[in-house]
Design a protein around this ligand. Structure first.
Ligand SMILES: [Zn+2]
Length: 479
């Protein structure tokens, strides 16, 4: 008779269980958010040198004819002049035309560290910029120029820290390799060639740091505490091309659907059916560690990632953007080709998407899923793997501890959490030789500041730059 009570009690019981989990999901006992700490590093010396490095237009192009080889050579020589103690103390090896390795000998070669950066930049036209993009001007509290954030800043901070420490007579515990490539933006061969050189010398990196995450105020929706995001893994990259075929002919007598029409169906279908949501280990850890500090109504969501997964998947898929990119493989169609003339029916029309692949999947599984969704005879699917995803690095042992201690000393106000870096960095090559590859740009930045990378008016504040130098000084003293 009271059978209707059973589903009601089940729903109430389930809701109660979710609430119980949410109530228990709190910051650790005794947690007190620390205040920011001032840094004592003087702002101008590093700013002036970075300004000088930004004046050298090391713009990377896929077509070597467009590149200014002299700029790259000039950059390499300026480094020697700007950082004389590094030049005197560290053996420099140039790898190919663009790779620079400084070997800084420590007391031991047991657990060598690799500090990476790249000094090539993406192109910049003066139009749209407040200061010319290669002026390296210091004004209004910033150093301005293409590469200020991506990523001559980390190169200058590592060099400035090393130069100062060498001048004081400091010798690191372990060997440190400063590795700077000059073709990261075009995914060139230099980073891999530098890794091969290290391997030829018998160097097994115990710690690798490259550009990547930073200290952000908005790591997750609902989070009000700044969070230092350290990329422990990175997504893969592939290009997926869908081609629709048809009979060519005159556009005055078209069939019901042309190749372009059928291609539109395919593109729309792949957009409507996003890849399944998956919590990779770094993202799960980020949500579990940082989610405890989120405000309502977000905390209960992070407390119940498993049970709420279908809802989170739907919400993230509709919203898109950064949070969605953390949770699933994404597929962004960016390029189209069809008939060369408006009045000719094309025999082929194709669309290419940039696919960013979660660790745990690969270009083959991406292709298989696209084939399943687009099962039609008149559609061809091709994939070009550019970089498979990097497996997440370890977060429980000494290397992680060294890094997080240095981060905590410079940004005591920030939570520290691993995350998945959504783009490709040179460090992806190192995942096959080390379980300690981390991506962190040692910079506190907002969403607006992050958007300056590759955009107009790229610039870094003098304060942020000094803090970055402080971070490298502390980190190097621990390596
Ligand atoms: Zn970069």
């Amino acid at each position: 008779m009271l059978l209707w009570l059973v589903p009601l009690l089940a729903v109430l019981g389930f809701a109660g269980w979710l609430v119980y989990r949410a109530v228990r999901f709190r910051p650790p006992a005794g947690f007190r958010q620390a205040g920011p700490r001032p840094v004592t590093v003087p702002e101008m010396p590093i700013a002036v040198k970075l300004g000088e490095l930004l004046q050298i237009a090391t713009v990377a192009y896929r077509d070597p004819a467009l590149e200014d080889a002299a700029a790259f050579a000039n950059f390499q020589e300026r480094l020697q002049a700007l950082y004389p103690h590094v030049a005197a103390q560290c053996a420099r090896v140039l790898v190919g035309d663009k790779g620079i390795i400084y070997r800084w000998a420590g007391h031991s070669d047991e657990a060598p560290a690799v500090l990476m950066s790249h000094y090539d930049v993406v192109p910049a036209q003066a139009e749209g910029w407040t200061k010319p993009p290669f002026s390296g001007e210091i004004a209004e509290g910033y150093v301005w120029g293409r590469g200020a954030l991506d990523t001559k800043c980390t190169l200058a901070a590592a060099m400035e820290a090393a130069d100062g420490l060498i001048a004081q007579g400091f010798v690191p515990v372990n060997d440190i390799y400063l590795c700077f490539s000059g073709d990261e933006e075009i995914m060139g061969p230099t980073a891999e060639a530098m890794l091969s050189a290290l391997q030829e010398w018998g160097v097994q990196p115990a710690f690798v740091l490259d550009e990547g995450g930073g200290v952000v105020p908005d790591a997750l929706p609902g989070l009000t505490v700044p969070c230092a995001l350290i990329g422990t893994g990175e997504k893969g990259l592939a290009e997926l091309t869908v081609t629709a075929t048809a009979n060519p002919g005159h556009a005055a007598m078209p069939p019901r659907h042309t190749a372009v029409g059928r291609l539109a169906w395919a593109v729309r279908r792949l957009e409507r059916w996003p890849w399944p949501l998956r919590y990779t280990p770094p993202v799960r850890q980020l949500m579990e560690d940082a989610g405890r500090h989120a405000r309502l109504p977000w905390r209960p969501v992070y407390a119940n990632l498993g049970p709420l997964r279908p809802l989170i998947s739907l919400w993230a898929g509709l919203r898109g953007g950064e949070i969605n990119a953390l949770l699933r493989t994404t597929c962004a169609f960016t390029s189209l080709a069809g008939s060369p003339a408006v009045n000719v029916l094309p025999d082929r029309a194709s669309a290419t998407a940039s696919v960013r692949i979660l660790p745990g999947e690969n270009s083959k599984s991406v292709r298989r899923r696209a084939e399943r969704l687009l099962k039609r005879k008149d559609l061809e699917i091709a994939i070009r793997a550019i970089s498979e995803p990097s497996p997440p690095s370890l977060t429980g042992d000494g290397a992680w501890q060294v890094l997080t201690e240095a981060v905590a000393q410079v940004w005591p106000e920030a939570l520290i959490a691993p995350y998945l870096f959504p783009a490709c960095t040179d460090s992806r090559h190192y995942a096959r030789v080390s379980q300690h590859v981390y991506r962190f740009s040692a910079l506190a930045w907002t969403r607006q500041e992050r958007a300056l990378m590759h955009g107009h008016d790229e610039r870094i504040s003098l304060k942020a730059l000094a803090r970055m130098q402080a971070f490298y000084e502390i980190l190097i003293s621990k390596l």
